[in-house]
Design a protein. Sequence first.
Lengths: 491, 54
Amino acid sequence: MGWKEAAEPVLTRMPAVQRPEGHVPFKRKLGWTAGILVMYFFLTNITLFGLQTGTDDFYGQFRSILAGSQGSILQLGIGPIVTASIVLQLLGGADLLGLDTNDPRDQVLYQGLQKLLVVVMICLTGLPMVFAGGFLPADPAVAQQLGVGQFGVETLIFVQIFVGGVLILFMDEIVSKWGVGSGVGLFIIAGVSQQLVAGLFSWQELGQASGFFPTWFGIVTGSVPLGSPLTAEGLQALFLGQGQLLALVTTVLIFAVVVYAESVRVEIPLSHARVKGARGRFPVKLIYASVLPMILVRALQANIQFLGRILASQLGEGMPAWLGEYNQQGQPVGGLFYYLNPIQSRDQWTWFLGTTSAEPWEVMLRVGVDLTFMVVGGAIFAVFWVETTGMGPEATARQIQNSGMQIPGFRRNPQVIEKVMERYIPQVTVIGGALVGLLAVMANMLGTIGQVSGTGLLLTVSITYKLYEEIAEEQLMEMHPMMRQVFGGGD
Amino acid sequence: MSRGQNTGGLMSSAGLVRYFDAEDRNAIRIDPKSVVAFGVLFGVGVEILNILAF
């Protein structure tokens, strides 16, 4: 008996959000998406009950990719979903699962396994966070008040973040089934956009650092002192300091590069086998596997860092120096975990400006490790992504064949179409994946407005672009109900 | 053409979690409205506890 038969009773019974019956009008879809977004923001603002105030963010700089908010019910964000996805991608990509995603029975099992893994990951991330590392310390006053002791309050905190993690999973499912795009994408966009807007417009009276526009208003009116732009200090303040001109340039550059890269594609001409004159194109985009594999690579790095922090909190002084040295803020400053920590902002590598105390060779080694990790990891996860989501040569050939199209000048046969696809898809996938990895590292190194991590911004722009395409498609379907058949959505 | 195939193609633009059309008869189905209602009530509940505690 294989694992499938053994696990079937559990996996098929995993609770799922109901599917809409029939077509959901576009306005209703937007309504669901907006509603979930409001609910997400609401939940990120609910502080965990029994939590001691003034804690460091466990996710740190990874927060913009993993969404959620420190100390709130949504403490875990999409972390468990992403980690579960990594495991599934690796298992599926290496073909260890033996699940055929074209078979309805296997589809049910795949969905169930996916959910089960997320729940496992919620526990695996949440338990050490609450009980081991002291990253979510229980408030002793609450413990005394309730008379349940420290452990009781910790359990309460864990229950809350567990419920929050499961809620995120179901919210994602609602958006995927009833709304536009996906919940995971939506939550990343929400967090990054919030930070970006704050970085542009926030002013000091709000209790945050002054944003780009208020600062420049101050510079122009003379209330913010800035040295003469003719001196080196003045120039530095203008571009790197308060002026933030470099951050502005990077932010705009990331927008431009991502939108450009999204539009670069190889188009394979198609014509209909029976309807003469009906032509189409199959686009093989440069970023064929989308930027989602990038979340997986970054999350892998994040998980390595979590391991380091938990080890550091458990071993304390006993942690060997080659493994990791941590400062007061819980940031690694030496050892293996320092080199494995990706560069998150400009001041982590500009040793020549004196922003970091690390030696130049240490910084360069760290950048090198990050670059290798992202470029190689990006390519590998892109290949796995294409395989597991049915975007590979074989699957697309079958799809084209079934839609009644053919490549002009070739025999109408799935194997022939597959041969042509094989000339493009694998190469484009690897190049695209590696390129996105390189972009993500560079974006992180240059820094952006509002201290959004470059990778976060990259993901946001790309996901928004995809969302825009999807909305355009939806509107087309609203206008011509016939189009629904072409795109295969709803009935 | 089965709809499952097409969904597979469209899913690439969606998220990390994949949902298929196939569903088991045994599966517990939840109405999306109840998820939202539970989430909001849970949030309000925790907030009330917070207010009561301090």
